[in-house]
Design a protein around this ligand. Structure first.
Ligand code: ARG
Length: 456
């Protein structure tokens, strides 16, 4: 007997069924059903015998899934129905009591929150691994000069260690964003029922404790409609993927013949089917390309959620493919980035040669004038004129004559030539967070300290 007079249309089933993608929720669905059944027995809502039968049935389902013997039936619309259907086949009335004081609405929200939490922990671990590699790489290239860029124009020289550590801080902020996700998965939805609460005196805190939630969702309507934890994960993942994309993009540039700053290991590159000389940094290119996909997952879920009336709507089923794809993409990219950086090699001479371009000292010349009392804005203009004179006549800054210099910048003297002769432009960047080696060493120590703390 049922409410319906005809079976579902196969087209509707194709649209409505989620089992093809939501089956990966099974470990969480089984764990929550175990906790729910224990709570039902402890609260006197089902008998201890029924609870024991359910527990054994769920264990058997786990074994069947793990050994690939679990059979999905055409009527199994989603993972929740499939598991409950099988437990009921195995245990009869006991299994048929499992869904007491529960709805698929609070059930699915609980499964997804548990999965988000597990993958948030994974993301944190993977980020920690990547940050550790970056710190090691920075340590090994502590005093390798290279040009720093703005607008992709050579701007001022920096140490490679300093450049690499810039990524450490980006990834550390990602770590903090994932930490925030831990909070947003902390309230147990289960026990909210379909939307209004249930007709039984359940013990939701009992279930929360069994499943590792810090507390319970305080409002049943919010509990079944809340997907903020998915948005928070996707948002952290999108920003992290964007950082990986920036890293990938730099490696692509740097491994070009034109830059020649680095080479990825052969096992992270591919050849061309046509041109035998080619070594393509595909891994870095794909890191560059994956970010918009993850951002798209976030944008899609915002689209699904916007304007949704309370409480559960089938629209919410659309959260899962977005989430799962973002998880798979970001976890893979983090693994690849870690391995690629662990095996990358840099070309010290190429980088140093690019960094000795005298034009990179222009700001330092301006600062020399400032130290002689010229206001910075005016100094900037004076050095601009010096650079233009040099560029127009095809000479380096140090090739200007003393007469020319006296005319262009009366406040400058021999110190100008000295400044251009020694390559102190790096070591003079002594402000906090600057590229002088002493500062980079402090930064490195701080990075190591924070990393150890994060991994505790
Ligand atoms: N497969 C559904 C989802 O992912 C589970 C909840 C279904 N609830 C319902 N009332 N039909 O959202």
């Amino acid at each position: 007997m049922s409410r319906f007079s005809e079976p579902q249309d196969p087209l509707f089933q194709a649209l409505n069924s989620s089992i093809e993608f939501d089956f990966r929720l099974w470990p969480y669905d089984i764990a929550q059903s175990q906790a729910h059944a224990r709570m039902l027995a402890a609260s006197g809502i089902v008998s201890e015998d029924d609870a024991a039968a359910i527990a054994a049935g769920l264990e058997q389902v786990r074994e069947e899934i793990e050994s690939d013997r679990f059979e999905i039936r055409p009527d199994d619309e989603d993972v929740h129905m499939a598991i409950e259907r099988r437990v009921t086949e195995l245990t009869g009335d006991a299994g048929a009591r499992l869904h007491t004081a529960r709805s698929r609405n609070d059930q699915v929200a609980t499964d997804v929150a548990m999965l988000v939490r597990a993958h948030t922990l994974d993301a944190r671990g993977l980020l920690g691994d990547l940050m550790a590699v970056i710190v090691d790489l920075a340590e090994r290239h502590i005093d390798w000069p290279m040009p720093g860029y703005t607008h992709l124009q050579r701007a001022q020289p920096v140490y490679l260690s300093h450049h690499l550590l810039a990524y450490f801080w980006k990834f550390r902020r990602d770590l903090q964003r994932f930490n925030f996700c831990m909070n947003s998965t902390d309230d147990l939805p289960l026990g909210a029922g379909a939307l209004a609460g249930t007709n039984f005196e359940t013990n939701r805190m009992f279930v929360a404790q069994e499943l590792g939630f810090g507390g319970i969702a305080e409002n049943s309507l919010d509990a079944v409609s809340n997907r903020d934890f998915v948005l928070d994960y996707l948002s952290a993942a999108a920003t992290c993927a964007t950082h990986l994309s920036q890293l990938g993009a730099e490696i692509v540039l740097w491994s070009s013949e034109e830059f020649g700053f680095c080479q990825v290991a052969d096992r992270f590159a591919s050849g061309s089917s046509l041109m035998p000389q080619k070594k393509n940094p595909d891994a870095a290119e794909l890191l560059r390309a994956k970010a918009p996909r993850v951002v798209g997952r976030l944008t899609t879920l915002h689209g699904v959620l916007h304007g949704l009336p309370l409480t559960y709507n089938k629209d919410l089923q659309e959260d899962k493919e977005q989430l799962f794809d973002a998880i798979d993409t970001v976890e893979l990219c983090l693994r690849v980035a870690r391995e690629m950086l662990a095996t990358i090699s840099f070309d010290r001479d190429r980088m140093a040669a690019a960094a000795t371009d005298e034009a990179l000292a222009a700001t330092d010349v301006a600062d020399l004038l400032v130290k002689r009392g010229v206001p910075f804005r005016r100094a900037h203009g004076i050095v601009g004129a010096i650079v233009r004179t040099a560029v127009d006549s095809g000479r380096a800054l140090s090739e200007l004559t003393e007469d020319e210099l006296a005319e262009l910048a009366p406040d400058l003297d021999g110190a100008y030539y000295e400044l251009l002769r020694d390559d102190a432009w790096l070591e003079s960047k002594v402000s906090d967070g600057g590229t002088a080696q002493a500062r980079v060493r402090e930064q490195l120590a701080q990075a190591r300290h924070l990393l150890a703390e994060a991994r505790d």
